[in-house]
Design a protein around this ligand. Structure first.
Ligand code: SF4
Length: 205
């Protein structure tokens, strides 16, 4: 089958396999308008918080990483929001979760594996048109455990068995890709945020 390795993204780990399949096959993305608004708010939030991490705490931002497996026939590409001796992944949310989402833990776990770090942090921050307002209310005095009203930080250790689960999932999707057959999707509330909604549910909004 040659040397060509399939490219997965760290942010896809443990997300809907059907969505990953559509992306690999090059179907065009069609983002719903409300998701675009959130994506833009998320970019601004990353910028403001990233700036603090870089200037005050010496982090490198948007660090590119690749994990490659010739045996499995794929690579995992990622861009780590902030890294120093450990990685930090920042998630902007309209409402803060009580516990981290599995797929966010999975994404961070890939970064931990790549960086050979024992633990990292997941920061959830409430999305806002003016993120500086939210970030002003954050207490950095006990960094990296950061506290604030619209903010939640989780310390996350590297998890070897989770990493194996991620590889297994990507490998399964690769098999579907080779067969040209879309795997079953999540079909849940997440579908309305998906750029391939139109493929799974037709053109209705
Ligand atoms: S619409 Fe839902 S099931 Fe279909 S690819 Fe997107 S997330 Fe998966």
């Amino acid at each position: 089958m040659g040397d060509e390795l399939l490219e997965f993204y760290a942010s896809e780990a443990l997300t809907c396999p059907r969505r990953i399949y559509f992306r690999l096959k090059g179907y065009p993305e069609r983002w719903p308008e409300f998701v675009k608004v959130r994506l833009n708010q998320g970019i601004k939030t990353h910028e403001v918080l990233g700036d603090i991490l870089r200037k005050r705490f010496g982090f490198e931002l948007e660090k590119k990483m690749i994990l490659r497996s010739q045996n499995l026939g794929f690579e995992i590409h990622g861009r780590i929001d902030a890294i120093r001796d450990f990685p930090i992944e920042i998630k902007g949310k309209t409402s803060l979760p009580r516990l981290p989402h599995d797929y966010h833990l999975a994404q961070l776990n890939i970064y931990l594996r790549w960086a050979e770090a024992e633990y990292g942090y997941l920061y959830y921050i409430k999305l806002h048109d003016e993120p500086t307002k939210v970030i002003h209310g954050i207490d950095f005095s006990r960094f990296p455990i950061v506290k604030g009203r619209n903010f939640k930080a989780f310390e996350v250790p590297y998890d070897r068995s989770l990493f194996k689960d991620i590889l297994r999932q990507f490998y399964t999707i690769k098999k579907y890709y080779e067969k040209d057959e879309p795997p079953k999707g999540w079909n849940n509330f997440m579908c309305k945020f998906c750029p391939y909604y139109y493929l799974c549910y037709g053109n209705k909004e």
